[in-house]
Design a protein around this ligand. Sequence first.
Ligand code: RET
Length: 237
Amino acid sequence: MDQTAFLLGFAIMSLASLAIYATGKKTPPSGHHTLLHSSVPFIAATAYLAMAFGIGTLLKVDGSAVYVARYLDWSVTTPILLAGLVLLAFHEQGRTGEVGGHLTAIIVLDVLMIVTGLVSALAGPPLIKWVWYAWSCVAFLGVLYLLWGPLRAKAVERGAALGGAYNKNLAFLTVIWFLYPIVFLVGPEGLKIISDPASVWAILIMDVLAKVVYAFYAASNLEKALAQHADSRGDRW
Ligand code: RET
């Protein structure tokens, strides 16, 4: 694999982490979202640096590469992205047990989705590969159920402004996240319809959308919603 995509990924992610932090709100009620969203590309920059050096890159007997650093990145960054949505759904409300329970359940399902995806990528026999791929998809459906079902209902209870921001962020996140199992399916880990470099470039573009573009989009939706929410309650932040 030529290193350009990995080095570019490192450069984009490290600059994006700084840019998200520099331009984001630092104070309540949304400062914690800036911290969450700027940590995501910082983690990704670390993974791209590792991949550029070949660290954690395993070569299978069929000659294909499995980038373990990518799965380590996702197993940390996707829970952070989900935590942002859960905290938006419960924005400044919700019992500790209720918020903690939803966070724990969604993060457990999400980490299982990534770990079982890695097992599928590493598996040799096709039957084993596809059983683990299917199980990873089941965990993904669990994550989507929590986001579109109970958490969406909580967000909508918070009023039109916060509910609207949650819905916009959720729609963006869902569309981009669906691309990952598709690229895995057609890529070298799956049906081998697209080459390793094509899959690396596709994932780089998806990572920029899911981590960087999403961070700016989510922050702008949240700030607009908080302003409307404050107006509708007659408060000032
Ligand atoms: C895998 C393996 C096969 C089945 C499924 C997968 C889902 C991966 C997803 C990854 C999202 C990554 C993001 C990273 C950015 O920070 C593991 C490819 C369902 C949804 C958003």
